[in-house]
Write a protein that binds this ligand. Structure first.
Ligand SMILES: [Zn+2]
Length: 163
């Protein structure tokens, strides 16, 4: 999906509304396919927040990979995430049931920014997840710039749709 295309946004709204009607949780790869070099950043995240999320106000929406396609340092990821961070800080009702999974590779270059964003999102909204095998994935997860207590909290969080 490309959030820059109104037709795609319309389709996405329909899917989210249908899931909401059926009370189904959604896990969304909100960043489009990276192979095609599609734009991803503040503008697209804002479209998602303002046009798509309101359709799913009663259900849990899990934003996969911390709004990346798997790598936090990719272009635009921090900017996109900041849109959601600001909305959470403003107690935006559209963010009420939004969670983020931390299936993401994070290098050192934006470490402090990532730490600030994770703490602003809040440990209670972060879910452990991975696309790779458990031992290496857990090791990668534990590289996130968080305290032992914070990491432990994320590891033991259970997604609301699994409770
Ligand atoms: Zn994935």
């Amino acid at each position: 999906m490309e959030l820059d295309k109104p037709g795609h946004v319309t389709q996405m709204r329909l899917v989210f509304a249908a899931a909401n009607r059926h009370r189904m949780a959604i896990v969304v790869h909100v960043r489009p396919n990276i192979d095609h070099g599609r734009a991803w950043g503040e503008k697209q995240a804002r479209i998602f927040l303002e046009s798509v999320l309101p359709q799913a106000k009663d259900i849990v929406v899990q934003i996969a990979h911390l709004a990346s396609a798997g790598r936090y340092e990719d272009e635009g990821v921090d900017k996109a995430l900041d849109v959601f961070v600001a909305a959470i800080a403003a107690k935006d009702p559209r963010m009420k049931r939004v969670y983020f999974d931390v299936s993401v590779a994070a290098g050192k270059s934006k470490r402090e920014q990532l730490q600030r964003q994770l703490r602003a999102i809040g440990m209670e909204r972060l879910l452990y997840a991975s696309d790779s095998p458990p031992p290496s994935a857990l090791k990668a997860f534990r590289q996130l710039p968080l305290s032992e207590e914070e990491l432990g909290r994320i590891e033991t969080n259970v997604a609301p749709y699994l409770r």
